[in-house]
Design a protein around this ligand. Structure first.
Ligand code: FAD
Length: 290
């Protein structure tokens, strides 16, 4: 016997109407790569499931006046190949680092963010890009910064009658770099031990706007605000990178689990933050050039 009832919306409006009526008892279904795992394990028991994968308005992309909009229904495979993200490799690489080709072909950005795992791989890149979410409900919408959206493991600011419509961010002005590094126990199909994204700009031989975000090192993915403040207006040096790495380690508050100890996660995050900043300084300021 089927334990949930599928509802089949023809379009976005119908989907939002269904959520308005049944939101507390319903879950939208995008790729199903998180939802069905939870339903099968009886960790989630929705009465209604509302498929949204066929709704084209949730898959639209645009790039206007430096502002990028990505539909929440885009899959990781699609994000990894988007031309408008060519100069934002951190996001394309983060999408490419998710699971396996099958998981990337089915799993979506909206599902990744709504599921709100501390290790969800799109979060660090999108946090470092200062992304905000356009959240839809019947007859209205609101915009929420991604750092306010995620509240705890599996917890978000989403109300039962709402869905994520799109992800929006502005490209930094002037020359910038956007780097990403995921550390896992193997190269594919690995949940992050830690993942880091750095988006940085520089001028006159100094870092300007630097944003550093990490996943799997705290109950939610986080921005490393102390590291960011340390770097602003500073010229690159080995001492600076060491200090930034140590500060990043101290900003981590991870758990020990089957993948890594708390101490390892803190240590390796510091190493990765130092490395990405050194690379950023090389690309932006010629740091390390002979
Ligand atoms: C084998 C395997 C490997 C994986 N590896 C990784 C990995 O390396 N990195 C990683 O980050 N994740 C990984 N995942 C987790 C998962 O694939 C991703 O989080 C994926 O992006 C989830 O998207 P989905 O479309 O499948 O979400 P679904 O399973 O369809 O939905 C997940 C949750 O989000 C909600 N939801 C979906 N879309 C929206 C929306 N637009 N608005 C509001 N709520 C929405 C659903 O109601 C549900 O509660 C893995 C999963 C599996 C099974």
């Amino acid at each position: 016997m089927r334990e949930f009832e599928p509802l089949m919306p023809e379009n976005l409006e119908e989907c939002l109407g269904m959520l308005a009526r049944h939101g507390k008892d319903a879950r939208v279904l995008a790729g199903g790569t998180d939802l069905f795992v939870l339903v099968k394990a009886r960790m989630m028991t929705p009465r209604f499931i509302i498929p949204i994968g066929h709704i084209n308005r949730l898959r639209a992309t645009s790039h206007e006046y430096g502002t990028v909009t990505l539909g929440a229904g885009l899959t990781h495979s699609e994000i990894a190949q988007l031309d408008i993200l060519k100069d934002i490799p951190c996001l394309r690489e983060a999408a490419r680092s998710v699971g396996s080709p099958q998981v990337r072909n089915a799993g979506t950005a909206g599902g990744n963010l709504a599921n709100a795992s501390p290790a969800a791989d799109l979060y660090p890149a999108l946090l470092a890009l200062d992304a905000r979410l356009e959240i839809l409900r019947q007859g209205g919408k609101r915009t929420v910064g991604l750092d306010e959206f995620v509240r705890g493991p599996g917890m978000t600011a989403l109300m039962p009658e709402e869905i994520i419509g799109s992800i929006v961010f502005s490209k930094p002005e002037g020359p910038f770099i956007a780097k990403h590094e995921k550390v896992g126990l193997r190269n594919a199909l690995a949940v992050s031990v830690t993942s880091t994204a750095v988006v940085a700009s520089a001028a006159d031989g100094k870092f300007q706007d630097v944003r550093v975000a990490c996943g799997a090192v705290a109950p939610t993915p986080i921005r490393m605000r102390k590291v960011e403040r340390l770097l602003k207006g500073e010229a690159p040096s080995e001492e600076l990178f060491e200090e930034a790495g140590a500060l990043a380690s101290s900003e981590c508050d991870p758990i020990t689990d089957i993948r890594a100890t708390k101490q390892y996660r803190c240590r390796v995050t510091g190493v990765v933050v130092s490395r990405l900043l050194r690379q950023a300084a090389g690309d932006l300021l010629g740091y390390g050039d002979a």
